[in-house]
Design a binder for this molecule. Sequence first.
Ligand code: ADP
Ligand code: MG
Length: 347
Amino acid sequence: MPDITLGIIGSGQLGSLLCQAAKKLNIKTVIISDDEQGPAQNYTDQFIFAKYEDKDKVKEFIRKVDIVTYEFENIPIEILKSINKERKVLPKPDINQKVQNRKLEKTFLNKIGISTTEWTFIKSAEDIKKNKKLLPGILKTNTLGYDGHGQFVLNSLDDIKKDWCFTADYILEKKVNLSKEISVIITRFRNGESFIYEPIENIHKEQILKYSKIPADITNEIFKKAQANAKLIAEKLDYVGTMCVEFFIDQNNTLLVNEIAPRVHNSGHLTINAFNISQFENHVRAVCDLKNDKVQKISNAEMINILGKEIEEYRNKSYSDLEFFFDYRKKVIKNKRKMGHITILKK
Ligand code: ADP
Ligand code: MG
């Protein structure tokens, strides 16, 4: 039995699911989070509520753990770097720095020969006018985006709002005429071995993931290319842990990388029930340097995200042996907030 305590930064549903995977492997967990109500406190062995700038609390966290990982990417880089001086942080902080910044992320992808949407860096309304060819497009804040936050659709120059003062940096991306969205989840181990889950097909509504399924309805060529892209990205980043690559497939069947999530991912929730080893367990195995055990698929599956008030109906349902309902136990129901999910195995 390993005698390891894993530190996790962040206390949302991804943290909860990581704690449950760690428990299965007999690994203790300590969470530090600035969200006093973070649901993962229901699953972790110890919970430290603190602002990440609180040096004493961060020291206490460091003292209690052997290794550190994180469940979300928008963590100030200085904090990850300072923790990394005392305890190994995986994935490495410089990966997080690159991937949480859309400009650095896309520059890296294009440099290693991976196609993305056409894009440019934007600091002012003038910059948008100079890049009219990217319209209709989507203006995205360069950092701190998630679930469509910080995104603005620009169909024409008229959509630039007069009161925008461009206090943040942005990128402008050409809007892709989507045929499909898929994601590939890969876990890379410290010895350089990796396991790549099969591509997952995803449907977003209002920029939030609503539905995922395996198998993805894609050609064999796209299947292989998406996995090869994910492997190349993980290798070039010298990544350790579970990572997700989100892809667009356009009307010409061209595969484009949308973005990289340097963490376990919502589209991979179905791996909990559809595989013997989930993305969460594989992440814990990789960062804690446990064995890369053989991953086997149990079943095809689909997953539905439960948003906002929808959770009330699901809490009152009964479920068959093939249906797995996860309630994130969030205290407050908010419109569009991810409150739970259900995975349905398809025999
Ligand atoms: P987030 O960081 O919030 O996940 P994404 O860049 O992944 O942001 O965008 C969320 C969703 O919005 C995508 O999964 C896709 O459905 C839609 N979207 C984003 N960018 C584009 C684009 N350039 N063309 C078409 N759809 C897009
Ligand atoms: Mg995304």
